[in-house]
Design a protein around this ligand. Structure first.
Ligand code: IMP
Ligand code: MG
Length: 185
C-alpha cells in the first residue's frame, strides 16, 4: 500500500474536498459570469487539484496546461526553472488564473507570472492548493489559497516524490525510509 509509506497525514481527503469546494465557490464569485476565465494548470503537480476544482466552478471557463521543471531534481530543487510545455490558448486580453499545487520558494510561479504577463492578459491571478511560506525566496501574491503548511516535504493529491505517490488522495508526510530510498543526494 502506497499509504503505508506515509508517516503522517497532514491534510485528509475530507479536508481537501471541503476546501477545494470553497475555493471553487470563491472563484465563481470573483469572476464575472461572462468573463470566461482560462484556468492554467501547472503540470504535473496541479492535475488532481485542477480536476476537482473545476467541478466546483459554476461559471463558464476554459482550462489549459503548462509544464515546468527545475534542472535540479530531488527534494530540494533549487535549479533554474525551465518551460517544458506552453499554452495552446492565446491569452492576450483574457482573464487568466494560474492553478498550482504548492508555492514553496516561489521560483516556479514567479517565472510563469513574468512570462504570462508579457502576453498581456486582462488579469492574472494565482490559485494554489498549498503555501509553504517558510522557504519563500520570491514574493508571490496568492489570490486563492487552500492551506498554509509548515516546512515539510509533502506527497499526495498530485504532489510527488521521485514522480510517484501523486495518486494518494490526501496530503501526507513521507516516512524517512522512503525519502532515503528514493532520493540519493
Ligand atoms: P518553488 O518553485 O520552490 O515554489 O517550487 C514549486 C514546485 O516544487 C512545486 O510546483 C512542486 O512541484 C515542487 N514542490 C515544492 N515543495 C514540494 C513538496 O513538499 N512536495 C512535492 N513537491 C514540491
Ligand atoms: Mg508543481
Amino acid at each position: 500500500m502506497l499509504a503505508n509509506d506515509v508517516k503522517r497525514i497532514l491534510i485528509s481527503e475530507e479536508e481537501l474536498q471541503e476546501r477545494v469546494a470553497e475555493l471553487g465557490a470563491q472563484i465563481s464569485e470573483f469572476y464575472h459570469p461572462d468573463s470566461r476565465p482560462l484556468l492554467v494548470c501547472v503540470l504535473k503537480g496541479a492535475y488532481m487539484f485542477l480536476s476537482d476544482l473545476t467541478k466546483h466552478i459554476t461559471i463558464p471557463h476554459e482550462v489549459d496546461f503548462m509544464a515546468t521543471s527545475t534542472y535540479d531534481g530531488g527534494l530540494d530543487a533549487q535549479g533554474a526553472v525551465r518551460l517544458m510545455l506552453d499554452l495552446k490558448a492565446n491569452i492576450a486580453d483574457r482573464h487568466v488564473l494560474l492553478v498550482e499545487d504548492i508555492v514553496d520558494r516561489g521560483a516556479t510561479i514567479d517565472y510563469l507570472l513574468r512570462m504570462l504577463k508579457q502576453r498581456q492578459p486582462k488579469s492574472l491571478h494565482v490559485c494554489s492548493l498549498l503555501d509553504k511560506p517558510e522557504r519563500r525566496v520570491h514574493q508571490i501574491e496568492i489570490t486563492f489559497l487552500g492551506f498554509t503548511i509548515p516546512d515539510e516535504f509533502v506527497i499526495g493529491y498530485g504532489l510527488d516524490i521521485d514522480e510517484m505517490y501523486r495518486n494518494i488522495p490526501f496530503i501526507g508526510i513521507p516516512k524517512q525510509e522512503l525519502i532515503d530510498r528514493l532520493i540519493s543526494e
